[in-house]
Design a protein around this ligand. Structure first.
Ligand code: M6R
Length: 612
């Protein structure tokens, strides 16, 4: 939520900051702004997207070799020109950008108002810059010290960057609960919410930790200290990020590109980890913890949204293969319950961004209660991998479309590898089945390619259902999470109401919704419960519902009943989610495009949910 960028160096800051904002726009896109120092502290901001900001400043003075910029996802105060960031301090000597939520902004604001400060926005953010200025002026301290003292009074989550007219060579930034990375170039520094605005200028980065303050000054070395005033040695890392991964590469949208990348991304998730010939699964990141996982009496999976759906697939996998009981929890519910957590529990936290606030909080809570935390994340260097004991990166590459696609299949791939490895260690899987599954998993990237060939057919289907108002998605077993994920994708990018249900649950309520207007997407690939799913389809047909069925190639019986058929290649039942999800992603995508929706940046959403 909210993207922030800063630059200080010898180049003009404006083009670097604007390019950075475009790269970070997936994080929020309701308003945007920029502040530059070049003698004056110039500040421009507007409601709308980064392109609106660009348009707004086209006739303004944007010179300066130091600046900060922001793209917003509103929490406090509606998206408008005033609530957009940056925010000026009272004297207009300072300006600040912020990502996060200040929980105690109310009492701080009251106190500052008593002291004569005038607030012009409805944001929680404005208190920070007034507070910093108040401390700087009254306590006669340097800007970085004023920031440090102010942050000691602030409760909440923040990534901030402060710029000063009086000190035009320096930026001060800090983080707690919201990500921040600093790029170190030749006589220049970059600050951003993630590495995407930095990668084309330098590979050397420092990921800031919570409660750390960084000062970058032209001609000086990077300086980091904690808010308790302890100096820290910067840990400089090399970026592993490919610039082409941040571009659309000829596709109309990032989402379509990412759907089509899945053969490669699943392959990358397995690379160096699965060797079907030798019959081995090796996940380097969890090696020291696999025995603990194998001994676990229970696994708790915490996640949100699509990652939670991947967690549900994980539940079936771990129970089926490794015979370990699994609970899958919404991180947001789990953190506020008083869950029973034992020291021999394994908590698996799944997150594409690695920054989801609820998932992070659930991890902290489980850690305090003594559980071992294993992460499955996509973004390297993000907060969740750093908060967990061990884990595996999904290696799906940057996912920029707000709707998660390749991250889901990569998460399911890692969960499959983990479950197989633990099952092998525990001896809960027969050798022949283990080898069969390994071979089949290795064949999945090719089968994904085959599955993607349904794109044209799905597009035709999308044309038929473009203006439908409701959709129902049904699946059983491994296909139940697929149904949930299909429904979520359609909702978030096309704004069509959609529900996912376990197929057998339909008769307990949702069946009341079925009439000739209601398309029902049934994932009907199951071998074990094929006849049961056939009965569910009959129940829909009897009420004149329209059936769109995802079936295994060569299927005969569902074909006879369904109105529309999409075939996926045959595979092991537990691997079907890796294939059956793809036509559902494509269906949502094409419907959304035909409805003229902004596919990559759907309304009200943001890619990385760093607030509660
Ligand atoms: O980054 P995370 O995987 O932790 O994000 C969790 C959810 O916010 C995310 O999956 C969300 O539901 C997506 N918009 C789904 O497409």
């Amino acid at each position: 939520m909210c993207g922030i960028v800063g630059y200080v160096g010898s180049k003009q800051a404006y083009p670097i900051l604007m390019k950075g904002l475009y790269r970070l726009e997936y994080r929020g896109y309701d308003s945007a702004g920029i502040a530059l120092v070049d003698g004056d502290l110039k500040l421009y901001k507007t409601k709308g997207k980064v392109s609106d900001l660009e348009h707004f400043v086209h006739d303004k003075d944007v010179t300066g070799t130091i600046g900060i910029a922001h793209t917003r996802w509103a929490t406090h105060g509606e998206p408008n020109n005033i609530n957009a960031h940056p925010h000026y301090s009272q004297t207009h000597n300072l300006a600040l950008i912020h990502n996060g939520i200040i929980e105690n902004y109310g009492p701080i604001k009251e106190e500052l108002q008593k002291r004569g400060y005038k607030f012009i926005s409805d944001t929680d953010t404005e208190v920070i810059i007034h507070l910093i200025e108040d401390i700087k002026v009254n306590e006669k301290v340097t800007l970085d010290e004023a920031v440090r003292i102010a942050l000691n009074q602030i409760i909440g989550a923040y990534a901030i960057v402060v710029i000063s007219k009086e000190d035009p060579d320096m930026l001060v930034a800090a983080r707690k609960g919201s990500p921040l990375v600093v790029g170190i170039g030749k006589n220049e520094f970059f600050i951003a919410s993630d590495a995407s605005p930095i990668v084309e200028y330098t590979q050397d980065v420092v990921y800031l930790n919570d409660e750390e303050i960084v000062t970058v000054r032209r001609g000086h070395k990077i300086k980091i200290k904690t808010i308790t005033n302890k100096d820290k040695t910067p840990y400089i890392q090399k970026l592993e990020l490919n610039l082409s991964a941040l571009e659309k590469g000829g596709f109309e949208h990032f989402m379509l590109k990412e759907i089509f990348e899945q053969s490669r991304s699943i392959q990358d998730s397995m690379r160096g980890r699965l060797n079907a010939k030798e019959g081995t699964v090796k996940l380097g990141g969890i090696l020291d913890y696999e025995q603990k996982m194998a001994n676990a009496k229970r696994i708790i999976i915490v996640a949100c949204g699509t990652s939670w759906h991947a967690g549900l697939v994980g539940e079936y996998l771990f129970e089926d293969l490794a015979r370990i009981p699994v609970e899958v929890e919404y991180a947001s519910e789990f953190r506020y319950r008083n869950p029973v957590i034992n020291e021999d529990d394994i908590v698996i936290a799944i997150s594409q961004s690695g920054e989801t606030a609820d998932t992070l909080a659930a991890i902290e809570m489980a850690k305090m209660k003594g559980a071992t935390i294993i992460g499955i994340c996509n973004v390297v260097g993000s907060s969740i991998p750093r908060a967990t004991h061990a884990g595996s990166y999904t290696h799906a590459g940057p996912e920029i479309g707000v709707a998660s696609t390749k991250a889901f299949t990569a998460q399911v791939t890692i969960l499959t590898l983990m479950a197989l490895r633990i099952a092998q260690m525990k001896g809960t899987i027969e050798k022949s089945r283990f080898h069969r599954l390994l071979n089949e998993l290795e064949a999945i990237p090719e089968k994904v390619k085959e599955t993607l060939a349904v794109d044209k057919q799905v597009k035709e289907l999308a044309r038929i259902f473009t203006y439908t108002r409701n959709f129902l998605y049904l699946g059983r077993g491994y296909n139940f999470p697929v149904a949930l994920e299909g429904a979520l994708k359609l909702k978030e990018i096309s704004y069509i109401h959609a529900e996912g249900y376990p197929a057998a649950e339909m008769k307990h309520g949702p069946i009341a919704l079925i009439d000739r207007e209601m398309p029902v997407v049934v994932i009907a690939t199951n071998k074990g419960t094929y006849d049961k799913v056939l009965s569910n389809i009959q129940e829909v047909k009897a009420r004149k519902g329209k059936i769109i069925a995802i079936v295994t190639k060569g299927d005969k019986d569902v074909k006879k009943l369904a109105d529309y058929i999409i075939e996926v290649p045959e595979t092991e039942e537990m691997l079907v989610p890796l294939l059956a999800t793809i036509p559902l992603q494509l269906l949502s995508y094409h419907i959304a495009v035909m409805r003229d929706c902004n596919v990559d940046q759907p309304r009200n959403l943001a890619k990385s949910v760093t607030v509660e």
